[in-house]
Design a protein around this ligand. Structure first.
Ligand code: SF4
Length: 347
């Protein structure tokens, strides 16, 4: 089948309505940038799920970072996006404006040099992310131990994908198929999604990030609607099994735990935390189990579960925009609301 045949099929599809969810922020971004929604029949609906790490980070976590930033000598280190995510009343960016020390880094490993140069400061890395990022934090812990660096800790809010997907399906989210997360699948292996596909009779298509790769995966998902299968359309990068070395170092330092997802509450065993034997590197990650909205009208929770679209939110493009985000989904380029806003999507 040629890509033109696939495009024709997806454009002229006239079967039952299908809701297909992507659960990777990079897919959300790629779908918008490649204009994929306009290439699909009106009977194929794309939903953006909980695949953007900063979007699913609960307000209690941001509040805890802000509390830690107030302690003398503490410096909060973070990826750029997280700094603007609203907590229950303010963001880290607001706290910085009030005098907190907040350092933006591209990689957690950059903290090693900084911490060694300034041993009188306590550095706390805001460790958010999915299965893709947790191994990097494991490497950081490995280096901290090896180099006997004592002034770095992590505040973790790490999430795992299969459990949140199961949660959505158990809670009757209106989903008929998933574009499986490409980056996560590369680390975990796509086999991790097979039990869910079989339990819920739902197809998964593992996809790359180019427009044609997404169309091929969508075609496979539509053709397999109603079947519990996982098909790998990204075989150059994704295998069935996890990367052994990555799994080994991650398991050495992290263990599964319950986690709170913004808007969805606590989901059993859907997170990773530092193992108790390395607790000296944990800045107090346990018990961050509340999630209060800064703006009560924000419907990020329903957007993340595929029940509403960003433009259904009364704040969308009015008081909520990338310069003044009222909810986490408008902060990152990978967030659903940001993507719909910046690409003027109405699908
Ligand atoms: Fe929340 Fe803003 Fe999205 Fe509305 S538009 S759901 S306020 S992030």
């Amino acid at each position: 089948m040629t890509i033109d045949n696939i495009k024709n099929y997806l454009q002229s599809y006239d079967g039952p309505d299908l809701n297909i969810m992507e659960v990777c922020g990079s897919h959300t971004d790629a779908i918008s940038k490649n204009g994929i929604p306009s290439m699909l029949s009106k009977k194929i609906h794309l939903l953006s799920g909980p695949g953007c790490p900063v979007c699913v980070t609960p307000s209690s976590y941001i509040d805890k970072l802000i509390d830690l930033s107030k302690e003398p000598g503490n410096v909060i280190a973070t990826f750029g996006d997280l700094i603007r995510v609203p907590g229950s009343s303010k963001s880290l960016s607001d706290a910085k404006g009030e005098g907190a020390e907040v350092l933006m880094l591209y990689s957690p490993l950059d903290l090693i040099k900084t911490a060694k140069e300034d041993p009188d400061k306590n550095y706390i890395f805001a460790a958010v992310g999915f299965e893709t990022t947790t191994p990097v934090y494991a490497v950081l812990l490995d280096r901290l131990i090896e180099e006997n660096i004592k002034n770095v800790k992590l505040l973790t809010a790490l999430k795992t994908m299969p459990e949140v997907i199961s949660h959505l399906l158990k809670n009757k989210a209106p989903i008929d198929g998933f574009i499986a997360p490409g980056h996560v699948s590369a680390v975990t292996g796509y086999g991790i999604f097979e039990p869910i596909a079989e339990e819920f009779d739902i197809p998964f298509g593992v996809s790359g990030f180019k427009g044609e790769e997404l169309l091929i995966a969508l075609y496979g998902i539509v053709k397999n609607a109603g079947k519990g299968v996982v098909k790998n359309y990204y075989p150059s990068v994704v295998k069935d099994e996890p990367e052994e070395e990555t799994k080994r170092i991650t398991d050495r330092y992290f263990v599964m735990c319950d986690a709170v997802w913004r808007g969805m509450g606590k989901i059993e065993n859907s997170g990773m935390k530092i193992r108790p034997e390395y607790a000296m590197y944990d800045a107090g990650s346990d018990g961050l189990f509340t999630d209060e909205k800064k703006n009560k009208a924000c419907i990020c929770d329903q957007v993340l579960m595929g029940k509403k679209k960003p433009f259904d939110c009364p704040l969308f493009k009015k008081v909520c925009n990338p310069l003044s985000p009222q909810g986490a989904c408008m902060v990152s380029t990978e967030g659903s609301c940001f993507s719909y806003y910046s690409n003027d999507r109405r699908d």
